[in-house]
Every structure is written in C-alpha cells, then in structure tokens.
Design a protein around this ligand. Structure first.
Ligand code: ACO
Length: 384
C-alpha cells in the first residue's frame, strides 16, 4: 500500500472482523459470552474442565463414555519427556519466571507431537494440553526447592493440577472453583493470544509454534498478565480506608488499574460475575479469607467510582482478571502461577482455533501504510 495518509490506520484492529468462528461469541454491549452455544453462566459453575474441552472441540457436551475416554487420554499424556523435565530444571536453577519456563518447555513438546498420529486431529492437542499442567506444577515445585510429584491418573485435570502442586489431595470446593475458573477462560473470541495462534495457523505452520506464539501474547500485562498485579494492588491497599488514596494516586500518575477495562466489554465482563460467584461460594464454605474478600469488593467499588471520575465516558468496568486473582489466591495458588494457569485453560481454545483457521485455508495478512522517507540517495560507506 502507498503512503496515502487518508487511509485510517486501526493500530489496535478494533472493530475489525478477521474470522468466523463456531467456538465462542463475545457481545461487549450486552456483557454476554457464549461458548459452544451455552451462555457462560449456564455451564461454568457446573461443568468439569474436561466437559468444556469436549464442548469446544466437538461442539457438544460429552456422553459419560466420551468423557471417560477424554479423561483417560488426558491422564495418559501427562508425563513429560525427559528433555522437557531437564529444561525445566535448568530454568528453575536460573529462577526464570514461570511463564518463560512454560514457553520454553512448551516449545520442547515438539518432541512428542512429532511422533504422534498426524492424521488424528485430537492426538496432538491432547498431548500438549495434558502436559501443560505438569510443566507448571513441576516448575513451581522445583522453584520452591521441593521434589516434583508424579501426576495421579485417577484424578481429573483440575484435581490433578492441585495435587501435583501440593502433594496432597485437594478439597472438593477448591477443585470446583478451579474447574469454574478453567471453564471461564477457555475461549474468548479473537483475543490477542488467539489471534496470534490463528495468524500462525494461517501460514500452515505447526500447532506447537501456534501455541508458543499465543503464550507469548498472553504473557503481557495488558492481556493475561494482569491478575498478579491486580492482587498486588489489593495487597498494597491493605485496608479499606486506604483504597481511595492509593487508587487515586495511581490514576494521578497515569497508571492503569489492572483488572479493569476491556477492548470489547463496555459493560461488566460476564466472566468477572461468574468468578465473583465462585469466590462467594468459597467464602460460604469457609475456603476463602473473609477479610480479603471484603477488601476486594471494596477496592472494586472504589476503583469503578474513580475510573468514572478520571476517565469519564470510557466505560471502564471490572474485567475477568480482577476476580481471577481472588479465586486463584483463595485456592492457594501463588500469583506467579496465575497466568500459567490461564494458559493451561486457554490452550484448549488456541488449539480449537488453530484447526478452525487451518480449515479456511486463508493466509492472514493485513497491510501497513509506509510513513518513512522517500527518494534517499545511496552514500558510499567511506563518505557516510
Ligand atoms: N485503568 C486506567 N485507565 C484505563 C484503563 C485502566 N485499567 N483501561 C483503559 N484506560 C484508559 C486509557 O488510558 C484511555 O484513556 P485516554 O482516553 O485518556 O487515553 C481510555 O481508558 C481508553 O483506553 P484504551 O487504551 O483505548 O482501551 P483499550 O481497549 O486499548 O484497552 C485494555 C483495553 C488493554 C484491557 C485496558 O483496559 C487495560 O490496560 N486494562 C488493564 C490491564 C488488564 O486488566 N488487562 C486484562 C484484560 S482481560 C484479558 O485480556 C484476559
């Protein structure tokens, strides 16, 4: 394209529709998220993560037999290749962040996808998705200086993840809360990481490359990296009486409040509501800290009021990451594991989008407007 400046540049691609999908629908004005035909509120608090994977990949909830098969395949694929384990140990010795360790380890899973049945559309994604929790849990334990724990094939995905992290069978209410969280973030239209996966898929590249690229996009604080800093803000505030002063100071400095605002949602993110309910359920069962829960609610109310004062008309509402922080903290996850745990779920969405994009056979390739100089003359090296 020429440097015709009359062409509007949409640098954030807002409003651009770049894919048709049967996987999920995000309505930013109605505050509605639909996955595989179901409103999020309908299934997130009831389904297991495996049921939602089935819904996303095959378009329907599984029968009991289908669910048993899917769970057995996932459980059988959890162990890591020795080279991946060794890489994780090196990353832990260097105290890399969990997201960097996960990205490196995920890349090394080409070792397994290379040998799996390439004609089976599910063998490769299952092989990858099943191993992501093992990578995260092993890494967390190595960082903490403890031995890794072998996965338990008797446990489902959420329970096994908590078991590998802690070495003890988790409480049912923690498993339920984690399943709800994993269901809530499994897919979300053409978000930045899913778009990245689809761009890579559109070139005909392999599924591991698509996942590694998507993971890199998820890591950033404007996308999946927000819940850790959101929790940091709550802890920095510490007590309800400090909320106004701390938040006001952040907004005065021009900082963004993590866990608020969204490119698509101009009303409250429905995922925030589902996770707020999950947090309240943990509280009812005595599995969450009432003081922290009360503080989080107060910080949210104060933040929304001050965002309206400092950014009037921008319609900045609570997003999924704010309550992610509360739910994952309440079930005992370190903040360092929030974004990797997000990736553990979203990888199911990325793989579904990978195949959907590939089936279109269409390369994603937008254009840019050149704004640099023209007609420069060559100057020989000795006279530059
Ligand atoms: N805190 C303070 N101000 C904000 C925030 C925020 N969280 N979000 C947006 N704004 C401001 C912007 O500075 C801008 O102000 P201006 O008009 O005076 O320049 C205005 O609101 C509009 O913001 P945009 O940048 O146009 O919003 P955009 O759609 O690009 O941003 C985003 C969306 C990146 C999520 C943004 O709201 C943000 O940075 N939020 C904090 C990070 C976060 O929580 N990310 C997780 C998102 S959910 C997910 O990805 C899973």
């Amino acid at each position: 394209m020429s440097s015709d400046m009359s062409v509007a540049v949409k640098s954030g691609l807002e409003g651009v529709v770049a894919a048709a999908t049967t996987l999920s629908s995000v309505d930013g004005e109605a505050g509605e998220l639909i996955i595989g035909g179901y409103r999020l509120e309908e299934f997130a608090g009831r389904a297991t993560f495996e049921e939602t994977i089935h819904l996303l990949w095959y378009g329907s909830l599984p029968t009991a037999a289908q669910l048993r098969d899917l769970m057995a395949t996932l459980a059988a694929n959890r162990p890591l290749p020795e080279a991946t384990s060794s890489l994780i140990r090196s990353a832990a010795a260097d105290r890399m962040t969990a997201m960097d360790a996960l990205r490196m380890a995920l890349d090394s899973l080409s070792l397994v996808t290379r040998t799996e049945d390439h004609n089976d559309r599910t063998a490769q994604p299952l092989g990858l998705i099943a191993r992501i929790p093992t990578i995260i849990a092993d890494y967390a334990r190595l960082l903490a200086g403890t031995d890794v724990i072998a996965p338990d094939p008797e446990l489902g995905e959420a329970a096994n993840y908590l078991y590998m992290l802690r070495g003890a069978r988790p409480k049912p209410e923690h498993v339920r809360a984690l399943d709800t969280y994993l269901n809530t973030v499994i897919d979300h239209g053409l978000n930045a990481s899913t778009f990245t996966a689809r761009v890579i898929a559109s070139t005909g590249s392999d599924i591991v490359s698509a996942l590694v690229g998507a993971l890199g996009a998820l890591k950033g604080p404007l996308h999946g990296g927000a819940p850790g800093p959101a929790l940091d803000m709550v802890f920095e505030i510490g007590t309800a009486d400090r909320a106004e002063a701390v938040i006001r100071a952040k907004l005065e400095r021009g900082e963004r409040l993590m866990g608020f605002g969204h490119r698509v949602y101009k009303v409250r993110d429905p995922r925030a509501d589902v996770l707020a309910v999950a947090a309240a359920r943990l509280l009812e069962r005595g599995a969450a800290d009432p003081a922290l829960y009360g503080l989080v609610r107060h910080v949210e109310t104060t933040a929304l009021r001050l965002l309206e004062e400092y950014k009037p008309g921008r319609r900045l509402q609570t997003n999924v990451e704010f309550y992610t922080a509360l739910v994952l903290h309440s079930i005992g996850l370190e903040a360092e594991l929030f974004t990797p745990t997000f990736a553990m779920s979203r990888a199911a969405g990325w793989t579904a989008h990978y195949f959907e994009q590939q089936s279109t056979g269409r390369l994603i390739r937008p254009q840019s407007i050149y704004t640099g100089p023209h007609d420069r003359q060559w100057v020989p090296l000795e006279t530059r």
